[in-house]
Design a protein around this ligand. Structure first.
Ligand code: ADP
Ligand code: MG
Length: 448
């Protein structure tokens, strides 16, 4: 069956989704496959159900059925649970184990084991960067070189870079992968100069197959480092070795970057990661909770996702805080408990954003009359802002689909359709995401 699947999808897809799948047996005539988490479960239902049933048909099944179940987490791929359920089983009591790095050169040790593609939730905010990273991982040096990923702090740049590193090492353990922050590249260089070890320095960076350089914006103003990096870049580029760079801004906005470097950074593909939208934030929280083997009610995940909107590290921090709060106080997780746990951290958000606030802001932003937004006019100039208003209301207020429906004098499926439409387009339409970001900031009072 897998042979059939493999023929029909790319290597990358196969590796990302199918390798971790476990057959669990047959239940009520359906083949049950175990997948890692509920995100994967939804993904399989949406993208691979037909393909798999097709594969079974080819094997002679007359009315094949496949279903997907979330496997119990067997290992802490993501991180340790917040509360150790059984201290006696703690790893510390086990004999020390030799950690096997995948790379003979030992370069893999710098990669964070949890930063793999499987743990990276894809949404409209990051789907292009994710696709580019996968393409590069599949054929390093052959597609986009360099790959330049930029975005604000805490949005997954480092995670993606490491994911490429893991992917390459897993398939080609003999390859040399070097991950380095711009800061340590600089420090290495300074030390090499001081200790007269330039040849060694150059050998180290110029003999790799994949060079990952994080936070390249810190090259700004460092002339000697830029000079050296320029030569490293050329050496690798000319021998078709893959380079991936991350930054908090696009190359053109990095001040005092030599133009020859800037233009090189623009040779390959430049892609950005935006703040995750609501659904993606919820999916990330869900995955996190699953990795910790903790069941958290959907409404609590949604509450957290509403409080923390821009930084994924903070989003994870908020989740940990809520879990710790409930376990320390021995209360079960509810919306009220979560709100209390977060209240002193996110004081600025205590001001509840109301539906009318969103409507006013959208009306002003697009210069459309308020009544038109709540009316039923079908002209594009009104329809798009109306959809954006519905989307932002769902994103920023605690109101349910039916409540938003009532507010607009429509039923909930119209609201659902509008919000889905906006989130689908977000990934493709930079203008739309600028509108949304501006409005979001204005409504949250974090205008710059
Ligand atoms: P950056 O390098 O952009 O500052 P990181 O890669 O360090 O951000 O990501 C911050 C945290 O958020 C990490 O723990 C990372 O695993 C997590 N994270 C970021 N993006 C995602 C995503 N799409 N899915 C799951 N976790 C993510
Ligand atoms: Mg980073």
């Amino acid at each position: 069956m897998l042979t059939h699947v493999r023929k029909n999808i790319s290597e990358v897809e196969y590796h990302t989704w199918f390798v971790p799948v476990r057959p669990l047996g047959v239940q009520d005539g359906a083949l049950v496959l175990g997948v890692r988490n509920s995100f994967a479960q939804e993904w399989f239902r949406k993208h691979y159900q037909d393909l798999l049933e097709d594969a079974l048909r080819q094997l002679g099944a007359s009315s094949p059925q496949v279903s997907f179940e979330v496997l119990p987490a067997v290992q802490d791929a993501m991180m340790a649970p917040a509360t150790e359920p059984n201290p006696s089983s703690s790893r510390r009591t086990n004999p020390p184990q030799v950690v096997q790095t995948t790379s003979g050169t030992g370069s893999a040790k710098a990669l964070n084991p949890k930063y793999i593609f499987e743990n990276f939730v894809v949404g409209p905010n990051n789907n292009l960067a994710h696709a580019a990273a996968l393409a590069v991982a599949e054929s390093p040096g052959k597609t986009y070189n360099p790959l330049f990923v930029y975005g604000d702090v805490g949005l997954g740049k480092t995670h993606l870079m490491h994911a490429v590193g893991h992917y390459v090492l897993e398939r080609h353990p003999e390859k040399r992968v070097e991950y380095v922050s711009t800061e340590s590249f600089t420090n290495d260089l300074i030390n090499a100069i001081r200790e007269d070890r330039m040849t060694q320095f150059r050998n180290r960076y110029r003999s790799v197959d994949l060079l990952l350089v994080d936070d390249i914006q810190f090259l700004a103003g460092k002339e000697r480092t830029q000079e050296e990096f320029f030569h490293t870049f050329n050496a690798l580029y000319e021998s078709h070795k893959q380079i991936i760079l991350s930054s908090d801004r696009p190359p053109r906005d990095i001040q005092t970057l030599e133009s020859r470097l800037r233009s090189r950074f623009e040779w390959g593909l430049i892609t950005d990661i935006q703040s995750p939208e609501f659904e993606t934030r919820v999916a990330i929280l869900k995955m996190n909770a699953e990795h910790r083997r903790i069941n958290i009610p959907q409404e609590v995940l949604e509450l957290i996702a509403r409080q923390v909107t821009s930084n994924i590290r903070e989003l994870e921090g908020a989740l940990v805080r809520v879990m710790a709060f409930s376990s320390l106080n021995n209360v079960s997780l509810s919306k009220a408990v979560a709100a209390k746990a977060l209240s002193d951290v996110f004081t600025s958000q205590e001001v509840q954003i109301e539906m009318a606030d969103v409507l006013r802001a959208v009306a002003a932003h697009f210069s459309v009359p308020l009544e038109a937004l709540r009316g039923s006019g079908r002209v594009r100039e009104v329809v798009v802002p109306r959809q954006i208003a519905m989307y932002l209301i769902r994103d920023l207020t605690g109101h349910s689909l039916p409540e938003v429906g009532v507010f607009f004098g429509r039923d909930h499926s119209t609201v659902l359709h509008a919000t889905q439409k906006v989130s689908e387009q977000l990934g493709r339409d930079p203008e739309l995401s600028t509108h949304i970001e501006t409005l979001r900031r204005r409504l949250q009072g974090i205008e710059e």
